[in-house]
Design a protein around this ligand. Structure first.
Ligand code: ADP
Ligand code: ZN
Length: 737
């Protein structure tokens, strides 16, 4: 039975608000309908109303579980002021007070009762609740139930059981933590939507930050990073530069100081005093720029931060958004930029490996310790121990393995006063590896999860949609669909007519654009920007001829426009989101769905069309401004990476084949030049194969199948033994490199 009052009336009468905020109305309706609901709203998003208002309308008590005991009394008082009778139960009450409150609950004197989570430890208490008519269980700070979260509280795990005891009332779980896996965890741990109810409804909203502009700048080295950093500091003045390691923090602080920038460093390796000092300097505005690791931020509430620059890629979208979100707390425009260099991913991978050692590393560390500590306690640093472990694995991973082995009772570690290191000692009787209580499955799951999170932030760097949309979509924010175009991020700006020369193309320019796009489309994400430019201008470059690009129907289509124009046009098409660039070491380009539509003449997009001038010599010219890379092709064939792997495998196959053919010289099969061309072009079909210089129909017949098989096997999208792909699928759904 629901009261005759409508939610709107209660909102006005009791809460004094005219309208609902964001998703409040829909959430409240679902609660009144008896659904299990998970609400994810940022702090200040108006979560309390989502259960306080229904409490007025539902028949029975609304029990609120909240770990914020200090706030309970305030909440109760403020509800009383609104004419809503409420009380709280936590460990500050005496036994008689507790009994009195339960008795009053029984008499129906309260609409809401706040209860501290640890109360659910007592089965007597839970049984005392059972006979009461509980209409709704509201679980505040619900992320505390998730072991993936940052604030896990074991008491929360008891709630599922308590729920059964009190007759499975509908649940509303609330949190500001928007991580997708925390959400899933809350639903599972609380068994939401079970016991014959409809599937739980999840509402995520309010995470958009309308005053922040996001951007990503691809950089190739630290020099470019430094230039960008200086430019951002110069225009933003007050802000934070986040680096991934302590060493980088120190290095960049020096670099900036050497250039006259007033800045301070902050990282976990500094003494407590140094850190407090640095933090105060930043907070009071004495120093305008902080260079810091992610250790900096907790409690930073300087409101006028105008920029957040990420010098390196962080480990996840949530880490990025949390750090970037420190900009513009005052509501004024602020700028968030990420500098993206593919090589930086390695640092994050190292952190992931380090925090979650593999079984092999744990086993190897176990074995090594049994050896090196056999003669008694050993005083050695972790880095020395790591060197003794087979294959000298990641030092951080060995440290984690030591920690696990210590917890499992295999070793004891003692800090030696005066000495700098720990003493490591075996605990007798020695426990064999398989008797140790180590949760490998959890370690594996955590590693896989961290890897996925890393992949998603890499995808952010390479995405072609609105940056704010990407982030909201990642969090599952229901408002994401209304925010496909924030109008402030680098991608949105690039599509705004009038911004930096962005305009609609003329009919003649449209044809040029279609030619360029069709070349990118035909090469199906196998080549980078440079090679596309060469193909379009009809370059006679050796690599172009060797890979058979001169056989393409789009070869030379834009010869009259010249390399500079074509290069810049492709740039503009990337910015306009018609062409996607892979986030690889050797970035390749492919068409986006929008690019296809433009190529077919179904769509027209505004873009910054470069100035056209007739080319006197249609070959690659270098760009004097030095800003962008000239579209020349490096002479040196890659020594590592996927192309190199394909080349090595083909070469190995050629060696065996030559031997099997009675020791004929290898070049009789394919020349080195042909092998390189194969590795670069990575043909998929017999027809593709014939485009490679040095392969005629006879060779295609004789070696084609073996060649294509090797290329296929070496270029499957799963590039890592971890089982997930670092390679973004191209618009056509496959990417060769
Ligand atoms: P959260 O728990 O999500 O951090 P609160 O429930 O404390 O947020 O609400 C944040 C602020 O928003 C409070 O001051 C609250 O009174 C106000 N608020 C909530 N709902 C509304 C509304 N519909 N209209 C106006 N203000 C609201
Ligand atoms: Zn945008």
């Amino acid at each position: 039975m629901v009261s005759v009052l409508s939610p709107q009336m209660v909102l006005e009468r009791h809460f004094g608000f005219r309208e609902f905020l964001g998703g409040q109305e829909r959430i409240i309706q679902s609660v009144l309908d008896g659904d299990d609901v998970l609400v994810v709203l940022p702090t200040g998003g108006g979560k309390s109303l989502c259960y306080q208002l229904p409490a007025q309308l539902l028949e029975g008590i609304t029990v609120v579980v909240s770990p914020l005991i200090a706030l309970m009394k305030d909440q109760v008082d403020s509800l009383a002021a609104k004419g809503i009778p409420a009380t709280f139960i936590n460990s500050s009450l005496t036994d008689s007070e507790l009994e009195d409150r339960i008795a009053r609950m029984r008499r129906g004197e309260f609409r809401l009762v706040y209860i501290a989570p640890e109360r659910f430890k007592s089965s007597r208490f839970v049984s005392a609740l059972a006979p009461l008519s509980i209409a709704l269980l509201a679980i505040d700070e619900a992320h505390c139930i998730s072991q993936w979260g940052h604030d896990f509280r074991p008491d929360y795990l008891r709630l599922k059981h308590a729920l059964q005891e009190i007759g499975q009332p509908p649940v509303i779980a609330l949190t500001a933590t928007a991580t997708p896996e925390v959400r899933t965890d809350i639903i599972t741990q609380l068994a939401l939507g079970q016991a014959g109810r409809r599937p739980p409804l999840t509402f995520v909203s309010g995470f958009a930050r309308h005053n922040l502009s996001f951007a990503v700048t691809p950089v190739r080295n630290n020099r470019e990073k430094l230039e960008r950093m200086l430019a951002v500091i110069q225009s933003g003045k007050t802000g934070i530069v986040y680096c991934s390691t302590r060493k980088k923090v120190e290095r960049q602080t020096e670099e900036l100081r050497a250039r006259g920038v007033h800045c301070m460093a902050y990282h976990g390796g500094m003494t407590e005093e140094q850190r407090t000092d640095a933090q105060t300097q930043f907070m009071t505005g004495t120093v305008p720029v902080a260079v810091a690791t992610n250790a900096f931020g907790m409690g930073i509430d300087r409101a006028d931060v105008r920029f957040i620059l990420h010098f390196d890629i962080p480990g996840s979208v949530e880490a990025y958004y949390q750090e970037a979100g420190r900009a513009g707390r005052d509501g004024e425009p602020a700028y968030c930029e990420l500098l993206f260099n593919y090589a930086d991913i390695r640092t994050q991978e190292f952190f992931v490996e380090g925090a979650n050692p593999t079984r092999t590393i744990i086993a190897d560390t176990h074995k090594t310790l049994a050896d090196i500590c056999a003669l008694g306690p050993l005083q050695q640093s972790i880095s020395t121990i790591a060197k003794s472990v087979i294959g000298s694995p990641n030092e951080m991973a060995v440290a984690s393995a030591l920690h696990l082995l210590e917890r499992a009772g295999f070793i004891r570690r003692n800090y030696t006063p005066g000495g700098r290191t720990y003493t490591t000692e075996l605990i007798q009787p020695l426990k064999p590896l398989d008797s140790l209580d180590i949760d490998y499955e959890r370690l594996d799951a955590k590693r896989a999860q961290s890897e996925q999170k890393l992949q998603r932030i890499i995808d952010y760097a390479g995405c072609s949609e609105c940056r704010q949309f990407y982030i909201l979509n990642y969090f599952g924010d229901t408002e994401a669909q209304d925010h496909r175009f924030c109008g402030r991020c680098d991608h949105c700006l690039a599509r705004l007519v009038g911004h930096k020369g962005v305009r609609l193309p003329t009919a003649e320019e449209t044809i040029i654009i279609q030619k360029a796009l069709s070349c990118v489309g035909r090469l199906r994400g196998r080549f980078g920007r440079g090679r596309i430019t060469q193909t379009l201008i009809g370059s006679r470059d050796k690599e172009v001829l060797d890979t058979g690009l001169d056989q393409q129907s789009t070869y030379g289509l834009l010869a009259e426009e010249g390399a500079d124009f074509v290069w810049s046009l492709i740039d503009a098409l990337i910015t306009a989101q018609c062409i996607a660039v892979s986030a690889d070491k050797y970035p390749t380009v492919s068409l986006t769905p929008l690019g296809y539509a433009v190529a077919r003449g179904q769509e027209t997009v505004p873009l910054a069309i470069p100035a056209r001038r007739p080319a006197s010599n249609p070959s690659i010219r270098s760009d004097k401004s030095g800003k962008k890379a000239p579209p020349s092709v490096p002479d040196d064939f890659p020594k590592t990476g996927q192309i190199a792997t394909v080349f090595d495998r083909l070469k190995e196959w050629r060696r065996r084949k030559a031997a099997a053919m009675g020791g004929v010289p290898a070049f009789v099969i394919y020349s080195d030049k042909t092998l390189k061309a194969l590795a670069l072009a990575q043909p998929r079909t017999q027809a593709d194969l014939l485009m490679i210089r040095g392969i005629g129909s006879a060779k295609a017949q004789e070696y084609g199948k073996a060649t294509l098989d090797i290329i296929h096997q070496s270029t499957r999208p799963v590039t890592k033994k971890t089982g997930y792909s670092r390679v973004r699928p191209s618009a056509e759904g496959r990417k060769i490199r």
